[in-house]
Write a protein that binds this ligand. Sequence first.
Ligand code: GLN
Length: 445
Amino acid sequence: EAFAKIRERDERVGAYLTLNEEEARAQAARLDDKLVQGDSLGLLFGLPVGIKDNMVTEGLRTTCASQFLSNYNPIYDATVVSKLKLAESVNVGKLNMDEFAMGGSNENSSFHPVRNPWDLSRVPGGSSGGSAAAVAAGEAYFTLGSDTGGSIRQPASYCGVVGLKPTYGLVSRYGLVAFASSLDQIGPITKNVEDAAYALQAIAGYDPKDSTSANVEIPSYVSALTGDVKGLRIAVPKEYLDGIDPQVKAAVLEALRVLESLGAVWEEVSLPHTEYAVAAYYLLASSEASSNLSRFDGVRYGVRVDNGGNLLDLYHQSRSQGFGSEVKRRIMLGTYSLSSGYYDAYYLKAQKVRTLIKQDFDQTFQNYDVIIGPTAPTTAFPLGSQVDDPLTMYLNDILTIPVSLAGVPALSVPCGFAEGLPVGLQIIGKAFDESTVLRVAHAFE
Ligand code: GLN
């Protein structure tokens, strides 16, 4: 069914970069045999999954939507990919994204953009645009995305599906091509909250291969979905409602009324450092990216451009031709802010701002169970409308970035429409309290 939908729709949507059809069909046949024999079944038995193309898959091309890796076939599986195999889901293929996960509209893919299934003239969001569009179009039962500053939640919001960014450290990053290592986190994109709980169950957990993996006990997320939110204390940051699209705001206020009718209480609060989050994020994320991407030198991975010059020429040519313009912009910004003369003024300052932002969250969570607001200030915008204006594009992330800097979990769940386009409600929780986030989202849904 997934492949039938892909054939019917993906020429227009553009969600996939590589299909895994032969292997997927063989695996499905093996699972069929197992079903006949009455063996015990994996948690995600037989479910077709699509994987964002920055998670490595053994023997299956992994490009990060970059020309640099257009011929790269990994020799191992990311931990999340192994875990999905263990849960017996079937990998349908690799999903389109912004190159190296840098972007918010999927227009930075070096192969082709993704289109929003709700309106093909609009972007699906990014950088996990393929992951969100594939679920919205029925081209996979669920998908994995990665979120550094909003890349799971914002495309989920634009495509009318559920997207969960777990607490930093809950899901292993081993085999995720690093963008900004102190922020990157893998999570599921699904049609509903219950599916998100199942998918998270399958991929969460300690992994000694990721030095930032948290050694915490994994609760049963599915049994947290009780439907009960009586007495739940919700904080609504006033900074998250200022200056957003009025129809998005109306949908969020309506969602709060629904939660209130279920017995929750909400109050307006202030997260005073919100306005500095975007600036701090783009310094920190670019700095980390400039360091992480130094491994792409034309020698170790992917494409090599060798015009017979010396080693420096080889690096230069390979990087000049392999990377797209947004990736180059980030590398230049990051290299600049890490350089000795500017380190204190930019990188160090941004780290201090990050601490203040985290403290905003810590203080709020002393009195409230969750923080709720919109996922993004607008709905999906038309393709091409912001590509020449990186600053406007960066500002779209204002509501997702603070959460990433604080490292806490957040989920986007559809909460209505504005002019026919889906609006996402963002539910933010305490560190490692995915259960409460999922419970609130499920009760609301
Ligand atoms: N849009 C943000 C950026 O371009 C977030 C990307 C992400 O979360 N991977 O960096």
